[in-house]
Design a protein around this ligand. Structure first.
Ligand code: FES
Ligand SMILES: [Fe+2]
Length: 388
């Protein structure tokens, strides 16, 4: 993160006062519990936000070489992005034009593809999705006049990040999608990061509850009393809106040590958990010495898969250093999986009961409020209000 930006954020903490009231948002908000439980609403979210909107797909470093690829689900659509021999990217629907089998299974990355081949009946496509051959069919499809190339989808790459639109053919403007967050994210040098490891988890909660987990520090005092509370501040969260996206920065309690230094020598990075929520499906977290990435693949209104990855700023030079980054991922999944997500699943069940018509977001949960307002605004703009 650029130094002047770190200083600006640090100054906001310094100015916020001992209780951090100065960081509060302008107003609390009450939202309907049905936003987490309504099936029709979930279908609208998948169409408007995930499929017709632009979704984060990958970091460029996950598929840097020609023939490397990543597959994933965007709003229920299987998407495969492949690095071409000229270095550009193609996004195709990850479904064979014969009878629909996936060309690459699940949400995964890989390399060294020469062609795309369906394992069912071995139809073979060029890396750009053009049908090359139907081996062994002995002319059985000669009378088919339909174009059988893989369906293409818009894809764009900038600032070391790759974005996809899972439905339609409207081109993607990455900076417009990031709505100002590119000034921060572009300075991270994400294109030079190295992928360490990815794991996939499945939890019985709405996708927004999974994101809510990270939007406020208010719960640290209670839920993480033993693990995070001794180190992290429960009152302090910085909120910056970038269009629909939101930055939320939580801090270690010892950040006040930094204010004893001359301004030019101050640094936010050792103290801050710098989180960019990229609506709708990604959370990119810049920690002092690595990046964590959450990609959400909602499966149902009450079921979400999360693909969780960790990246290092350069290739670890030793086995020990590699293990250090893997341990960070272990710890992240241990705390969220053992402490946060069981509560979020409990919340999902409680909201599903219908006995709690609404939830309340406080001024100390400003990133949470922004995230939900963004989502509701996007649905309303598409004509999907609560009454539709
Ligand atoms: S479904 Fe792919 S070759 Fe038959
Ligand atoms: Fe938490």
């Amino acid at each position: 993160m650029r130094h002047e930006r770190q200083l600006e954020l640090l100054q906001r903490v310094a100015d916020a006062g001992p209780t951090m009231r100065g960081l509060h948002g302008p107003a609390s908000a009450v939202h309907s519990a049905s936003e987490y439980t309504d099936r029709k609403r979930f279908d609208d979210e998948m169409r408007v936000l995930f499929r017709e909107g632009v979704s984060f797909f990958a970091l460029s470093c996950e598929m840097a070489e020609p023939g490397s690829y990543r597959s994933g689900m965007i709003g229920g659509v299987p998407i495969l992005v492949v690095r071409q021999t000229d270095g550009t990217l193609r996004a195709v629907v990850n479904a064979c034009r014969h009878r629909g089998a996936a060309l690459v299974d699940g949400s995964t990355t890989g390399r060294d593809l020469d062609v795309l081949q369906c394992r069912y009946h071995l139809w073979t496509y060029e890396l750009d999705g053009t049908l090359r051959a139907r081996p062994g069919s002995a002319g059985a499809f000669d009378d088919v006049t339909m174009n059988c190339d893989l369906h293409q989808r818009p894809v764009a790459e900038r600032h070391g990040m790759i974005f996809v639109r899972a439905s339609g053919d409207a081109p993607i403007d990455v900076d417009e999608t990031l709505s100002g967050a590119e000034d921060d994210l572009g300075a991270f040098g994400l294109e030079d990061f190295v992928h360490i490891e990815t794991r996939t988890i499945g939890r019985a909660m709405n996708w927004k509850l999974l994101l809510d987990t990270f939007t406020e520090s208010y719960h640290i005092r209670g839920l993480h009393a033993e693990t995070l509370a001794p180190v992290f501040d429960s009152n302090c969260i910085i909120h910056d809106a970038f269009g629909p996206n939101v930055l939320a920065v939580g801090f270690r309690s010892d950040i006040t040590d930094e204010f004893a230094k001359p301004v030019d020598e101050r640094s936010l990075l050792p103290y801050g958990t710098i989180q960019y929520f990229l609506v709708p499906n990604a959370l990119l977290v810049h920690q002092v010495d690595h990046v964590e990435l959450w990609r959400l693949e909602p499966e149902a209104v009450d079921r979400t898969r999360a693909v969780v990855s960790v990246f290092a700023p350069e290739r670890p030079r030793s086995e020990r250093s590699w293990t250090y980054f893997v341990k960070n991922l272990d710890l992240l999944l241990q705390v969220t999986g053992g402490e946060d997500f069981p509560v979020m699943e409990q919340i999902q069940r409680n909201l599903e009961s219908g006995a709690l018509p609404e939830v309340v977001y406080g001024r100390n949960e400003a990133p949470l409020i922004h995230l939900h307002r963004s989502i509701n605004d996007a649905l309303a703009a598409a004509g999907c209000g609560p009454d539709h």
